[in-house]
Write a protein that binds this ligand. Structure first.
Ligand SMILES: *[C@@H]1O[C@H](CO)[C@@H](O)[C@H](O)[C@H]1NC(C)=O
Ligand SMILES: *[C@@H]1O[C@H](CO)[C@@H](O)[C@H](O)[C@H]1NC(C)=O
Ligand SMILES: *[C@@H]1O[C@H](CO)[C@@H](O)[C@H](O)[C@H]1NC(C)=O
Ligand SMILES: *[C@@H]1O[C@H](CO)[C@@H](O)[C@H](O)[C@H]1NC(C)=O
Ligand SMILES: *[C@@H]1O[C@H](CO)[C@@H](O)[C@H](O)[C@H]1NC(C)=O
Ligand SMILES: *[C@@H]1O[C@H](CO)[C@@H](O)[C@H](O)[C@H]1NC(C)=O
Ligand SMILES: *[C@@H]1O[C@H](CO)[C@@H](O)[C@H](O)[C@H]1NC(C)=O
Length: 850
């Protein structure tokens, strides 16, 4: 009893600290401290006895408002105890607004505001909940046992705001409470359905077998958790488990026994990831207190991991299973990425840790988790596929950037900082990629400034130092500025270090840097200007502090080239560099989160080099040039001839990274209302152009049999595009593949399944008589969605006039326009001495090392 009272007080103080001063919660007058939930689970419903311990945070609270949807409450059992006395107002005890899911309980006397002496209050009631496959929040999921008999499992998915379908609760996503579960699996259930396992977020404390052979399982009280962080799973799944190498973490995967082998690879992969995380963290500290359970639930309702879950991860079965004959490389990559991301979330802070780390800005946590997921994936690939590590993470960097930039240009797209302390579960799904991928891209940019090793050493030290505390941007910024105050005038020209970083977090979108080279023999002058990038709006001035890195055609070893070392702000920035008649290319290795446009002369020099010897420019820089060329054409910055001249060399391109970037660039042509004034005729012209460019690479790799991940993905992407462009050999091949499948039941290579479905949906839409499995359905739904979007775009497109000029041939000789003349008088706009960016970073390291 003493122990309990103590823990109760402790909890209250925690609740006070976290919530009572949060503005948005002030109008809540009653707070839950503990939920005790006793479930009697039968075949398709459960009865529940619930006891909620609450405290009052106001005077004169005469009414308690609970959220409860779709629950059959036994109102006779409804009581509010003050110590041992029921204080419900008997003449008018309650009101249940079923429509809005609100339960109002009226009290005979006001609750006493919480203090050390105040009495304890408990809300007690019983209710019944009927379950079907369609019920929200908590539902049945059918699965087959080894004999093919259908059985049902009970599964939860409580975010956002679905806990009130599970039990009556105070449905505020920020409230945290202790949960105590007791699960009684009733006899008929065990006999008829042989469902015998239940899992929830805490460990089993003890169990008890009753006379009727039914079992009661008591679970230990949970730590303080939010409603969306809890879960329950009941089934007769079996499990496989594997411990991590150096800490006490164990990964357990649950599935029907006869299917367990399909999950062996996710188990091994997950444990490898955990080992990588431990190696990175370099401290002997488990990710979670107790095992991490992954449950493969065959339900399409479960799309993605629940971001707040840490030891009970339910996910759609087909997105966890490896079936060599059905899993496409994209599906495997997705599975690997998502699990890595979830494990990183857990590592960065979870309710089950001994000392809990909290992030005030959950968008920031999401971004860091995403970035680390790619970082660990790169290491994993290196271990398993013998590719060089640096290359790999850089390629993921490109991937993050492409994904982020896809959404990050609309006028309505918010700045990252405006998510402020929005909870991760409340970030709208259309901004998921923005929050995860943009933050990750910016971190990738930082990593490039300071070098991989230093960056990660610093990051891990910072996170380790904040264990059991808050991590917030403000804390981060403050420490940063404190460290750099003496450098302010000298290096940042009056601005602080945090301003440099926050310029990326606090401004929406991303910039395009305009490069103009005023050429004058050996005294060339380079002018840089930045604007917000947009496909449809007029350019507005932007004010990012941009780290600039560049390479030059005739001076490979220049001092400034090695590392990004200065930033530009709002003004035109100019510097001298002897280009010796060659090009300059910004955004080396494509690591900066911006696009670059050049003057026409420079673009043509770049195009010439690409055509003559594209390998002299490294792969990732090429990838950026190609993507920028598409984007700048679409945004009306460069004309079609110039864009095609730059892209003309693509028939010689063999790099998977560049092609990935080109394919994403080609997708940009479908941007609606873009300033390039796209028409049907123009679009056809582009398709024809791309068909010619992709043909050579298609012919080389479509029959190649390499099975490593990079080769499979490359093949899959190239085949998809070639077929979407109706490249005849590709079309024939798909037709053949499909006929083989339809007539002879030969399975379709999963990597080209998407392309195949696309063809079918574009032609007769007949998918044959074989029922689709979950892997195939996933692909089909995705293709259908993409085709819908494409059709919508095409429908709106005006027909347009044919261009007067003939279509360009592939073998162009590059002609250069006359040199721009340097006007020495007017060219000299404000010339700022290079701001040495490295200093910010040194400070950053100093901060993180503290
Ligand atoms: C609390 O305040 C918010 C905004 O003012 C309002 O939307 C919400 O309904 C209030 N909640 C309660 C319980 O009064
Ligand atoms: C009950 O407890 C025993 C011993 O701790 C354990 O072996 C058994 O698996 C438990 N049963 C259930 C249904 O959890
Ligand atoms: C539950 O039932 C399955 C078969 O239905 C059996 O394989 C498994 O061992 C059982 N688990 C427990 C804990 O009794
Ligand atoms: C974030 O929220 C806090 C408190 O809710 C507020 O003081 C601050 O101004 C907000 N910051 C931004 C960038 O919106
Ligand atoms: C950038 O590119 C250069 C040249 O290809 C390469 O040597 C270097 O490792 C790359 N840097 C990073 C961080 O990937
Ligand atoms: C698109 O059309 C507008 C209005 O007719 C015109 O001003 C603009 O120059 C066109 N853009 C391009 C890239 O042709
Ligand atoms: C510092 O910034 C101010 C305005 O922000 C500018 O006028 C001045 O030229 C800058 N000084 C240097 C040394 O860059």
């Amino acid at each position: 009893m003493i122990l309990r009272a103590l823990s109760f007080l402790f909890l209250l103080s925690v609740v006070n600290a976290y919530y009572l001063n949060e503005e948005e919660c002030l109008n809540y007058t009653v707070y839950p401290v503990q939920y005790e939930i006793k479930l009697f689970v039968s075949k398709s419903y459960y009865d529940c006895q619930i006891k909620i311990t609450v405290i009052a945070n106001a005077l004169n609270v005469n009414m308690i408002e609970l959220d409860a949807n779709d629950l059959k409450i036994n109102f006779d059992s409804l009581k509010v105890y003050k110590e041992n006395v029921d204080i419900v107002n008997r003449p008018r005890p309650y009101e249940y607004d079923r429509m809005n899911g609100k339960l109002y309980i009226y009290l005979r006397e006001p609750l006493i505001r919480y203090s050390k002496e105040s009495p304890q209050y408990y809300i007690v009631m019983m209710f019944r909940k009927y379950l079907t496959e369609e019920t929200e929040g908590i539902f049945l999921v059918p699965y087959k046992d080894v004999s093919g008999k259908i059985k049902y499992s009970v599964t939860t998915r409580l975010s956002p705001n679905r806990a009130k379908y599970f039990f009556p609760c105070f449905d505020n996503p920020r409230f945290e409470a202790v949960f105590k579960f007791i699960v009684h699996m009733m006899t008929p259930l065990i006999v008829e359905e042989s469902v015998n396992n239940s899992l929830t977020i805490t460990k089993e404390q003890r169990n008890q077998t009753m006379q009727d052979q039914s079992v009661i399982v008591y679970y230990t009280p949970s730590p303080q958790v939010k409603l969306n962080e809890i879960g329950l799973h009941i089934s007769d799944f079996s499990n496989i488990k594997k411990p991590s190498k150096n800490t006490k973490d164990t990964l357990v995967v649950w599935a029907p026994e006869h299917e367990l082998e399909n999950y062996r690879c996710v188990l091994n992969y997950g444990v490898d990831m955990i080992n990588l995380i431990h190696k990175y963290a370099a401290v002997d500290r488990p990710l979670a207190n107790g095992p991490i359970n992954i449950i493969a639930v065959p339900s399409e309702k479960i799309d993605g991991y629940e971001v707040g879950s840490w030891n009970l991860l339910t996910y759609r079965a087909n997105r966890l299973a490896c079936r060599e004959e059905y899993s496409s490389i994209k599906q495997i990559n997705r599975m690997n990425f998502e699990l890595a991301q979830q494990l990183c979330r857990i590592w960065l802070g979870n309710p089950g840790e001994t000392e809990r780390t909290r992030w005030r800005e959950e968008w920031f946590k999401e971004g860091v988790a995403t970035y680390l997921a790619y970082y660990f994936l790169a290491q994993y690939n290196q271990q398993h596929r013998h590719t060089t590590y640096n290359q790999e993470i850089a390629k993921y960097g490109l991937e993050m950037k492409i994904k982020a930039m896809e959404t990050d240009w609309h006028r309505s797209t918010p700045a990252l900082a405006s998510f402020n302390n929005t909870l991760a579960i409340e970030i709208p799904s259309r901004y998921k990629n923005l929050v995860t991928m943009k933050t990750a891209s910016i971190l990738w940019m930082v990593e490039n400034w300071i070098g991989s090793e230093k960056f990660h050493q610093a990051l891990v030290k910072y996170i380790n130092s904040r264990r059991g505390k808050f991590i917030s941007l403000k804390d981060f910024y403050e420490k940063l500025d404190f460290e750099t105050v003496e450098c302010e005038l000298q290096f940042f020209n009056g601005s602080t270090a945090s301003r440099v970083l926050s310029s990326w977090f606090h401004h929406p979108g991303y910039p395009v840097v305009d490069v103009q080279v005023l050429r004058d023999n050996s005294d060339d002058r380079v002018l840089l200007n930045q604007r917000y990038f947009s496909f449809i709006d007029r350019r507005r001035e932007s004010d990012y502090l941009i780290p600039i890195s560049y390479i030059m055609q005739h001076n490979q070893n220049c001092y400034n080239c090695y590392q990004p070392r200065f930033t530009i702000g709002r003004q035109t920035y100019s510097f001298r560099e002897n280009l010796n008649g060659g090009w300059i290319i910004l955004n080396r290795n494509s690591s900066g989160y911006y696009r670059v446009n050049y003057d026409v002369y420079t673009w043509k020099l770049i195009a010439k080099t690409l055509n003559e010897d594209h390998n002299s420019i490294d792969e990732l820089t090429r990838a950026q040039l190609v993507n920028d060329a598409f984007a700048l054409y679409v945004s009306g910055d460069i004309n079609q001839d110039l864009a095609m001249e730059i892209l003309d060399y693509l028939h010689n391109e063999r790099s998977p990274a560049v092609w990935e970037s080109a394919i994403a660039g080609f997708e940009l042509l479908k941007t609606e209302n873009a300033r390039c004034n796209m028409t049907k005729i123009l679009y056809e012209e582009w398709k024809e152009f791309m068909r010619r460019k992709i043909a050579p690479i298609y012919n080389i790799i479509s029959d190649n049999i390499e099975q490593d991940g990079t080769s499979r993905l490359f093949r899959s992407n190239v085949v998809s595009l070639a077929c979407a462009l109706q490249y005849e050999p590709c079309r024939q091949r798909l037709q053949y593949t499909y006929e083989q499948y339809r007539r002879n039941g030969m399975r379709i290579d999963p990597d080209i399944r998407e392309a195949c479905y696309r063809m079918l949906l574009k032609t007769n839409g007949y998918f044959g008589v074989h029922p689709m499995n979950a892997f195939e359905k996933d692909d089909r739904l995705m293709v259908e969605q993409r085709l819908r979007e494409e059709n919508r775009f095409l429908m709106k497109l005006p027909k347009g006039e044919p261009r007067p000029m003939p279509i360009r041939s592939t073998t162009t000789s590059t002609t250069l326009p006359p040199l721009p003349i340097v006007d020495k008088q007017t060219a000299g706009s404000t010339s700022i001495s290079p701001t040495v960016f490295i200093i910010v970073i040194t400070a950053l390291i100093a901060l993180m090392n503290r």
